[in-house]
Design a protein around this ligand. Sequence first.
Ligand code: AMP
Length: 255
Amino acid sequence: MTPTTFGEIALAAPIQRALKEQNYVSPSPIQAQSIPTLLKGQDLLGIAQTGTGKTAAFSLPILNALHENPSRPKSRSARVLVLTPTRELATQISASFETYGRHINFSKTLIFGGVGKNPQIRAIRNGVDVLVACPGRLLDHMDQGDVDLSGVEFFVLDEVDRMLDMGFLRDVKRIIAALPRKRQSLFFSATLSPTIDELARSILYKPASVSIAPKTTTAEKVDQRVCFVDRENKKELLAKHLEEERNKGLTIIFS
Ligand code: AMP
């Protein structure tokens, strides 16, 4: 049965406490559907956008695993790798891990471009629990021998469609090739094109699938009306509307 409160989900007490402090009572649909599955160790294919609560959907079960199963991360490696397309998303994800994991002992670091490499190299030298990274800079570090992904136990590929739009497909494939085969993988994308589907199949093992339809919103600047009209009167009605809109600017007709 799908849980309706966080209390019904088997998350450890320090995580429940952090959720209470955030005033989270009910899991969002993606959380309710994916957290119980992820706690069992299954892979996940999640079709969901930002704003659905997907960050907690993946960070809560991962934090739970780190709490229940503490072990020293390998040097220059991470137990958890979250790959995300932009620095802003990476920063937000890292902040979420901090919020939800505030009563848990774990280390984390961020890797993205546009800033110095040396502090990042120092931060991961002795290994970290959670590494949130953007593909380009992570590969740089891997190529230099400063980061080694052989210690990864949990792999999250976030915003895959945006990652591909930004031209990261090759980089992402190279990163995936460096991961150990035995791991739990979580894959999130707002859309599922054939390329994305193929990528998902190549990295997931018997995944559970969760799909959350985005809330449909309309552009605020667009006025919308519906006119019920018989087919034979359509052209005439269109002509009438065009006449009304005449002095307001350009018109596009979708048909
Ligand atoms: P996300 O889609 O992960 O970016 O989350 C969207 C926003 O929803 C964030 O500001 C979260 O803090 C908030 N949020 C996530 N899950 C919950 C929840 N179960 N209850 C209340 N707020 C939540």
